[in-house]
Every structure is written in structure tokens, then in C-alpha cells.
Design a protein around this ligand. Structure first.
Ligand SMILES: *[C@@H]1O[C@H](CO)[C@@H](O)[C@H](O)[C@H]1NC(C)=O
Ligand SMILES: *[C@@H]1O[C@H](CO)[C@@H](O)[C@H](O)[C@H]1NC(C)=O
Ligand SMILES: *[C@@H]1O[C@H](CO)[C@@H](O)[C@H](O)[C@H]1NC(C)=O
Ligand SMILES: *[C@@H]1O[C@H](CO)[C@@H](O)[C@H](O)[C@H]1NC(C)=O
Ligand SMILES: *[C@@H]1O[C@H](CO)[C@@H](O)[C@H](O)[C@H]1NC(C)=O
Ligand SMILES: *[C@@H]1O[C@H](CO)[C@@H](O)[C@H](O)[C@H]1NC(C)=O
Ligand SMILES: *[C@@H]1O[C@H](CO)[C@@H](O)[C@H](O)[C@H]1NC(C)=O
Ligand SMILES: *[C@@H]1O[C@H](CO)[C@@H](O)[C@H](O)[C@H]1NC(C)=O
Ligand SMILES: *[C@@H]1O[C@H](CO)[C@@H](O)[C@H](O)[C@H]1NC(C)=O
Ligand SMILES: *[C@@H]1O[C@H](CO)[C@@H](O)[C@H](O)[C@H]1NC(C)=O
Ligand SMILES: *[C@@H]1O[C@H](CO)[C@@H](O)[C@H](O)[C@H]1NC(C)=O
Length: 817
């Protein structure tokens, strides 16, 4: 990682310590320098991405619309992870404006591109990226708001981003200089895959001798099976090209079910010079269209380009350049990006940075903060679908990932953005009928389990998030999920019910009180998730529609209906099990250590029943009883952490992990903290800290699985803080902080201070004070330290002891069927 010496490097910070001046001076530290934007860029095999974070690397702003970065090719489709565009080993096909961050499945976006070329002579065909894609030389450089790569052709690409625009500087070697704009470019899915995305049409027009161009592209599909969406663009160059041409060609990309023109291979383009025709439109056959700008051969030189995008119009795309990137100097935008990230994000947490600071942990902290702010995208003012005056947000990818602990972080850390997100989500329900679970490209999809926006809403509601949120509508949106079965979308990954929104298995849920194996897929994991979803409804109903509360509280206990006390595994009995619609368990071939394909068709999704059997945060009390009481519960939890126990291959979702506990994927996020429920907090510290040390590093293979829009990084953030939120409850479990002192701005303008005395002696909690008073419980409530700020002071040491004598964390959903 390259450090940018804009402000005082670390030694300067030494001067600052607990003094009145400290806060002011501390704010001047450029904390962005502690971000390693490559954490998650590789998997367990160095130099390759599989099993890693699928991260985006490039220029971005907090929750910005634009994420400018390279798109790359797949070395091997069976292990390809093109989702964020950037891969360690692929060749560069373009620099494009929109990306996802950290997602699995087939890619979405990688659109509105440019590609610098040093030759366009045969065999280069501008419609065939294999003829011009570029290997990279050496390692890429990235810092917050800045990215640089060196192409084999000799071109050095540097870039940065504002919220709706990007700036690219191309340093060309001596010779020909071209920039290709292929409107039909996008990040492809694996060949033949049902959920790849495709280009469906567009237009490009050259303006003013090729110094500028504008148009739009329309794209469809991708992992979320999205409908076509259109992005308008306006691009311009610092130097007028000597030649500007537009081109078009037959669209031969093999789109499933529409591949009539795909058999002849990639087509050749038809060119028209800018002086004869300045516009190419895809027309009735959805032709591919693009432009090629060329500068006469000459000495090495820079060409800079700025590109704005909009869902509304070319005019708007152009206006973003004027407003957000007024300078042609790349570094002006970089400086502006750094400033925004520091003010909006990094400066809100202060930890000691002096000589004794563990800088690895400092980097983990600020890098994790960075990665949780790349998605979703704040598209307020960019809603092409309806006009309501409400905020508009996209790229929830997905609630299934971020409901567990990411949104709780937004709540305390970014309440203004969070309130805006919730309003935006409610507006989606108002105008499109359902809250999304996943959403991207203005389209709901996919739903992997429950309707998990319900959990986000409950979490926000019980912690007092109000502002301009219309909770009457918020609750009605949740109720739609709980009561109305969505139309079947006949998604090839699961033809049985909707994967787009809502709860596909709701008919079973309402009639049987569980999701049955013979009517529905993912019967176990969906029963678990629908239970928590209904608990969420009961939480919001308590304030918004009290008459509904008991109904949903009752339904939140439905997981108990599929608890089979006769299933045994590894010496433990009682597991969630597949149940048929006639009310009998189907023991045939059932083993809670396996989920077989572990995908859409299985009885559990991306995890084994052993894991899902711990995921009942609203009623741990009943769960502990079902598992045989505190002692058995404890040894069963211990079993989750025993190495070499896992027999199920979870593919990329469990790469390099041999315990049943899989920190590489979301369902188990809360599991290491569950010892708090039997007042053995020291074991939560031991297990969660163990996972933190083993799997989270300031390194390319620095997270144990997909970042999933920052979900994985948010798990580490809570671990570093020493607290963990219980989703849908105003409760935080205490663990053990990694920093001796930390001030964090919460609830907009309050301060949460977390101190850990004796960190040098050990990680185990000896005692705790909250707001200066001795604390006997291993949990705190939102009101205690978040609403108006507060202090948690840990006394740490090397003895693992039972220090807590207060009541265990609550089970507000305690219902016994
Ligand atoms: C390269 O271009 C071809 C033809 O348009 C397309 O089918 C393929 O998906 C592209 N590959 C990549 C990695 O972008
Ligand atoms: C990248 O390009 C190099 C040289 O053209 C080629 O040998 C290699 O196979 C390409 N790799 C990928 C993943 O496309
Ligand atoms: C690139 O990074 C890797 C790992 O971080 C390192 O081993 C290698 O030496 C670097 N290569 C160059 C050319 O700097
Ligand atoms: C248009 O420009 C091209 C390239 O500069 C030139 O070769 C061609 O003669 C021009 N055509 C007309 C009609 O001016
Ligand atoms: C931007 O600034 C960095 C140093 O802060 C420098 O290395 C780089 O060359 C600059 N880039 C441009 C395009 O000016
Ligand atoms: C946290 O704030 C307190 C009170 O202002 C201050 O004394 C302390 O130094 C701060 N700690 C850090 C790490 O900034
Ligand atoms: C810093 O913390 C890491 C854990 O993130 C630990 O592995 C390392 O030993 C610590 N370094 C020092 C110098 O204490
Ligand atoms: C909430 O929105 C509904 C219409 O969607 C409206 O009738 C109601 O007055 C709003 N409530 C508040 C408090 O604004
Ligand atoms: C019982 O479970 C087995 C294994 O999953 C499955 O093959 C079978 O179809 C199930 N029986 C019924 C009636 O669904
Ligand atoms: C909730 O369940 C209890 C016990 O089964 C039952 O008595 C009660 O009627 C149920 N309430 C609702 C609203 O369904
Ligand atoms: C787990 O298995 C690996 C490889 O078989 C072995 O090296 C390691 O010692 C085992 N660990 C434990 C705790 O049994």
C-alpha cells in the first residue's frame, strides 16, 4: 500500500495526547492513510480471488453512485469472481463506472466503460475484448479515492471518483493513443449461466469534434434477475482527439433464450467518422454501439477524461461533472475524496495512534469502516421510476447479509444515511409493492431466505430511529411480507416460488406454521428466518399496531415446529429437521452435518442445519432448553469450534474453514457470542477473538469470504469495538475491545467511549463499568450508551473468569408452543 503524505504521518501524531488540543489536532490526522483497500482482494490461494472478498478496488465515495474501477477477465470460469470488476489475475477489459462490492453469484454492472489502447490495427476488433484486453505489470496501487494500474501496453491508468462521476488519467507511451468507449460492455457471468447480465441496447453521440460524447446504455439480468435499466452518460477529454469515430455491430452475445445471432462468433464493427455521422443507435436489432477517440502518434503524453452518469438524463450526467469534478487535475478529486471520507467516516472514530499503538489493528479498523460504506448506493435525485420526493437507494446486496450486524452499525454511526435508506426502502414498497431483500439496477431480487428488511426495520425501530420515517407505512410494508405471497417469478435457480421479493413459502407458513420440505425448497433455513421476521413484526407492531403483536410473536415461535428432538449428531440430540406437509419429519437420509448442494434447492441455504440450529436470537431461552439446558448448550457450542469437524464442502462460502462454525458466511455471525446467554462471557471472548485473529488480517486474504457489501467487515468492526448487537433488539452483548481507548461519534453528535484497561495483560474481562458505575450484566442496552452516548470501561486481564453476576441477555420473543 502506498501512503499519501498529505498530512502528518504517524510520528507527528505522537505529539497529541489527552489534552484539549488533542481532539482538534486528532481531527487533522489523515486517517484514510490507514485504509488498506486490498483487504479481501485474494482468497486462500495467493494471487487468485476464489474464496476471498470479491471486493471492489477503485475510486469511490461513501455510499456513492459511482465506483470507478477496472473490469477484468476470468482465468477459470469455475472459480471466477468478477463481481467487483477487479481481480488479482484477470486481464483488463475496461475501466467502468459502476460496480458492486463483495457480492457472490454472477456479476452485475461493470458498465459505462473506457479502454485506453495503443493500437487498433488488426487483430484488434473493438467488439472483441479478447483482442485488446491487457495484462497488468507489477502490483496495482490503491488508497482511499485513488487507484493506479500499469497495463502491458505501457499505458498507466490512474483514477478517482466523486459521487456521480469519475476521472481517469491515462499516461500513454510514445505512439498511438486511443480511448475505446464500448457502450455494450458489461461484466459477464459464467457462460451459459442463467443469471448472467446482458446489454440490450444504447446510443452514443460524439460532441464537439470528439472532445465529448454522451448517450445511454441499457442492461438486463445479473444475479438479481433484474429487468432492463438504463444509465445515461456524458464523457469528455482534456485534449480534443484528432479522430473520433462511432461504430456499431451485430450483438452476438449468447443471451439465454435469445441467442439467435450468437452462432457466428463476435461480429466486426462498422465505423463512421464523426464528420459524417455523429450518432450510433442500437436500433431494432439491439446492435452494439460505441466510439473510438484517437490522438495522432506522438510523444508520451497524458489524456484525462471525466465521465458523469445518471439514471435520468445526459444533461444530469453532464451536470455532475461540472458540480463534482470541476478540475482536470486528478489529484484535486483525490484530495476531495480523502477529505470526504475522513469527515464523513474515519474521523468519527478515534483510537490512540502513538508509538505503542498496534498499527495492524488501526488499519483493520479504518479499512473495515471503508468497506462498509461502499454499498448501498444513495441514488437520491436519481429515481427514474417515480417522483415522490423521498430518498432513493439501490444496491442492497443483500439484506440477508447486512441485517445481522451491518445495519446496526449504520444506526449508531451514520444515522442520517440510515434514516434516508429506510425511507427509501419504504418508498420502494409504496411504488413497487414490496420491500426488497436484494435490490440492484432498480429491481428487487433475490430473496435467499426470509424477508430480512423486516429485521432491519425492527432493529431501527426498537432503537428509536424515527426522524422523517413514516412508520405507519413501514409497518404496512412489513405486514405485506408477512401476509401476501409474492407471484412466482419462475427463476431457473428455484422454480417453486418467487425469488424476487417477499416470502415465497408464505402459504406453508400461514397454513402449517413451518415451511414444509415437500412444498418448498430451503425448508429449514426459511423456517428459521421467517421466525425472526415475524418477531420483527411483533416488535414494530408493539408501537404501530398493538393488536397485531401477539399474532406475530406467536408465529415467531414456529421454528419450534421443526425441532426434532430425536435427531442425533456428534453426541447431541435435537435439531431443526425437514418436515413434510403432513406433519411428519422426513428422517430419510437426513444428517444435520450436511446441506448437500447448500443452495436454493437444499433444505438449508449456504449453511448446514447444525449452524442454523443456533440462529434464534429472539428466543435463546427456549433454544437453550431444547438443547438440553445450559451445560449441554455450552458443550454443543464448543463443538461448533472444534477443528476438522466440518464434512460439508461449502465451496467459496466456507473456503479454508474446517470447523462447523463458518465465519466466512453470514448465518453464524452471532454464534460465537452466544456464551453470553449462559453467563460465560469469557468463552464468547475466547471464541470470537480467536476468529478475529485467525481469519481477519491486514492482507489481501484478509477476510474469510465475500465481503458481501461490507457485512463481513462489519462483523470485525463490532469485534474490534468489543460489543456485538443482537439484531431486532436494543441490546449489545459485551465482548472485549482491541483498543485501549476509543471515542466514537454515535447518534449524530454524541460520543461513545470504550476503554480497555489492562489490554497489555490479556483479553479476558475482569470487570466492567458503564457510565462510571459497576456493571454486573454481560450486555448493555441502546439507551445506556448509544442514545445519548456513554462510556463502557473494561478491566481486562489474562484470567478467563465468570465475572458477570447479573441476569443473562433477554429473550423478548420467549414463547413456548
Ligand atoms: C468479452 O467480450 C465478449 C463479446 O462481447 C463477451 O461475450 C465477453 O463476455 C467479454 N468478456 C469479458 C470478460 O468481459
Ligand atoms: C491475459 O493476457 C495474456 C497475454 O495476452 C494471456 O496470455 C492470458 O491468457 C490472459 N489471461 C486472461 C485471464 O485472460
Ligand atoms: C506484489 O505484491 C506481492 C504480495 O503483496 C509481493 O509478494 C510482490 O513482491 C509484489 N510485486 C511487485 C512487483 O512489487
Ligand atoms: C472525415 O474524417 C476522416 C478522418 O479525419 C477523413 O478521412 C474523411 O475524409 C472525412 N470525411 C469527410 C466527408 O470529410
Ligand atoms: C497524485 O499525487 C501523488 C502523490 O500524492 C503522485 O504520486 C501522483 O503522481 C499524482 N498523480 C497525478 C496524476 O498528478
Ligand atoms: C476520548 O475522549 C476523551 C475525552 O475527551 C479524551 O480524554 C481521550 O483522549 C479520547 N481518546 C482518544 C483515543 O481519542
Ligand atoms: C497487533 O495485533 C495483532 C492482532 O490483530 C497481533 O497479531 C499482533 O501481534 C499485534 N502486534 C503487536 C506488535 O502487538
Ligand atoms: C404516512 O403515509 C401515509 C400514506 O402513505 C399517510 O396517510 C400518513 O399520513 C403518513 N403518516 C405520517 C405520520 O406522515
Ligand atoms: C425426504 O428427504 C429425502 C432426502 O432429502 C428426499 O429425497 C425425499 O424426497 C424426501 N421425501 C419427501 C416425501 O419429500
Ligand atoms: C397466541 O398463542 C396463544 C397460545 O397458543 C393463543 O392462546 C393465542 O390465541 C395466540 N394469539 C394470537 C393472536 O394468535
Ligand atoms: C486438522 O487436520 C489437519 C490436516 O489433516 C491437521 O494438519 C491438523 O493437525 C488437524 N487439526 C486438529 C486440531 O486436529
Amino acid at each position: 500500500m502506498r501512503l499519501r503524505p498529505i498530512l502528518s504521518p504517524i510520528p507527528g501524531v505522537l505529539l497529541l495526547h489527552a489534552s484539549a488540543a488533542a481532539a482538534t489536532a486528532a481531527a487533522q490526522v489523515d486517517r484514510s492513510q490507514f485504509v488498506n483497500p486490498f483487504i479481501g482482494s485474494e482468497g486462500p490461494v495467493a494471487g487468485t480471488g476464489f474464496g476471498g472478498g470479491d471486493i471492489f478496488v477503485g475510486g469511490a465515495r461513501p455510499f456513492g453512485v459511482v465506483k470507478v474501477g477496472i473490469d477484468s477477465t476470468a482465468v477459470d470460469w469455475s472459480t471466477a469472481v468478477l463481481n467487483g470488476g477487479w481481480t488479482p489475475d484477470g486481464n483488463v477489459t475496461a475501466i467502468s463506472m459502476m460496480h458492486e462490492h463483495g457480492t457472490g453469484g454472477n456479476p452485475k454492472y461493470g458498465i459505462i466503460p473506457q479502454m485506453p489502447l495503443t493500437s487498433v490495427a488488426a487483430p484488434v476488433n473493438v467488439l472483441d475484448n479478447t483482442t485488446y484486453s491487457q495484462p497488468r505489470i507489477g502490483n496495482d496501487t490503491a488508497t482511499v479515492g485513488y487507484y493506479k494500474t500499469h497495463l502491458k501496453s505501457g499505458v498507466i491508468v490512474e483514477l478517482s471518483a466523486s459521487r456521480h462521476a469519475g476521472i481517469m488519467q491515462y499516461s500513454f507511451p510514445k505512439g498511438e493513443k486511443h480511448v475505446l468507449v464500448d457502450v455494450s460492455h458489461y461484466l459477464p457471468g459464467s457462460p451459459g449461466g442463467a443469471d448472467g447480465q446482458f446489454y440490450v441496447g444504447g446510443e452514443i453521440q460524439i460532441e464537439g469534434d470528439g472532445k465529448a460524447y454522451s448517450g445511454y446504455g441499457t442492461y438486463v439480468g445479473g444475479w438479481n434477475n433484474g429487468a432492463p435499466f438504463t444509465v445515461f452518460f456524458h464523457g469528455e477529454f482534456s485534449e480534443t482527439p484528432d479522430h473520433a469515430q462511432i461504430f456499431s455491430g451485430v450483438n452476438t452475445d449468447p443471451m439465454p433464450r435469445y441467442q439467435n445471432q450468437a452462432d457466428g462468433g463476435v461480429s466486426m464493427p462498422t465505423f463512421a467518422y464523426g464528420n459524417t455521422t455523429s450518432k450510433a443507435t442500437s436500433g431494432p436489432m439491439n446492435h452494439r454501439v460505441g466510439a473510438l477517440m484517437s490522438w495522432n502518434s506522438g510523444p508520451a503524453s497524458h489524456i484525462t477524461s471525466r465521465v458523469g452518469i445518471s439514471s435520468i438524463s445526459v444533461e444530469k450526467a453532464r451536470s455532475y461533472i461540472r458540480k463534482e469534478i470541476p478540475s482536470w487535475k486528478l489529484n484535486d478529486t483525490v484530495t476531495d475524496a480523502v477529505k470526504e471520507w475522513n469527515e464523513d467516516v474515519f474521523n468519527k472514530i478515534q483510537v490512540p495512534l502513538g508509538k505503542s499503538a498496534n498499527m495492524t489493528n488501526v488499519r483493520l479498523l479504518y479499512s473495515s469502516l471503508y468497506f462498509i460504506h461502499l454499498m448501498p448506493s444513495d441514488r437520491t435525485g436519481e429515481n427514474p421510476l417515480w417522483d415522490s420526493g423521498e430518498p432513493f437507494w439501490d444496491d442492497f446486496y443483500t439484506m440477508w447479509d447486512i441485517f445481522r450486524c451491518t445495519v446496526s452499525f449504520y444506526h449508531i454511526f451514520q444515522p442520517a444515511y440510515y434514516e434516508s435508506m429506510i425511507r427509501g426502502l419504504i418508498d420502494i414498497w409504496r411504488y413497487q409493492g414490496y420491500l426488497p431483500d436484494g435490490r440492484s439496477g432498480n429491481w428487487n431480487g433475490l430473496v435467499q431466505g426470509g424477508s430480512d428488511a423486516d429485521n432491519m426495520f425492527a432493529d431501527a425501530y426498537v432503537k428509536g430511529m424515527r426522524g422523517a420515517i413514516n412508520w405507519t407505512d413501514g409497518y404496512l410494508a412489513m405486514k405485506k411480507n408477512a401476509e401476501v405471497t409474492p407471484y412466482n417469478t419462475f427463476d431457473p435457480t428455484d422454480l417453486t416460488a418467487s425469488t424476487k421479493e417477499g416470502r415465497g413459502a408464505l402459504d406453508d407458513w400461514k397454513q402449517l406454521g413451518y415451511v414444509s420440505q415437500d412444498h418448498n425448497t430451503r425448508c429449514i433455513s426459511r423456517t428459521v428466518e421467517y421466525s425472526l421476521n415475524d418477531f420483527s413484526l411483533s416488535q414494530v407492531a408493539a408501537g404501530e399496531m398493538p393488536g397485531d403483536r401477539t399474532k406475530y410473536l406467536n408465529r415467531s415461535a414456529n421454528w419450534q415446529n421443526i425441532w426434532d428432538k430425536d435427531v442425533n449428531s456428534l453426541g447431541f440430540s435435537g435439531f431443526l429437521a425437514p418436515k413434510l406437509s403432513d406433519g411428519s419429519f422426513n428422517g430419510s437420509g437426513y444428517d444435520p452435518l450436511y446441506c448437500y448442494s447448500c443452495e436454493w434447492q437444499s433444505y438449508t441455504y449456504e449453511g448446514i442445519p447444525w449452524e442454523y440450529s443456533f440462529v434464534v436470537p429472539h428466543d435463546m431461552k427456549t433454544l437453550i432448553q431444547f438443547m438440553g439446558g445450559a451445560k449441554t448448550f455450552e458443550s454443543r457450542l464448543d463443538m461448533m469450534f472444534k477443528p476438522n469437524t466440518s464434512v460439508q464442502n461449502l465451496g467459496a462460502n466456507g473456503a479454508g474453514i474446517s470447523t462447523l462454525m463458518n465465519i466466512g458466511n453470514e448465518p453464524d455471525f452471532a454464534t460465537p457470542y452466544l456464551y453470553n446467554y449462559i453467563n460465560k462471557q469469557y468463552k464468547s471472548v475466547q471464541q470470537s477473538r480467536g476468529l478475529g485473529y485467525q481469519y481477519f488480517k491486514d492482507a489481501a486474504y484478509g477476510i474469510p469470504g465475500n465481503s458481501d457489501a461490507g457485512a463481513m467487515n462489519s462483523w470485525l468492526l463490532w469485534q474490534l469495538l468489543g460489543i456485538y448487537p443482537v439484531v431486532t433488539q436494543p441490546v449489545y452483548l459485551l465482548s472485549s475491545p482491541w483498543f485501549p481507548d476509543m471515542n466514537m461519534t454515535v447518534s449524530g453528535d454524541k460520543t461513545l467511549r470504550i476503554k480497555a484497561n489492562g489490554l497489555d495483560k490479556g483479553i479476558y474481562v475482569q470487570s466492567v463499568k458503564v457510565n462510571g458505575k459497576a456493571w454486573k450484566k454481560n450486555w448493555v442496552e441502546h439507551e445506556d450508551v448509544m442514545t445519548n452516548g456513554g462510556t463502557i470501561e473494561f478491566e481486562l486481564g489474562k484470567q478467563p473468569i465468570v465475572w458477570e453476576t447479573g441476569e443473562a441477555p433477554p429473550s423478548p420473543g420467549h414463547v413456548q408452543l
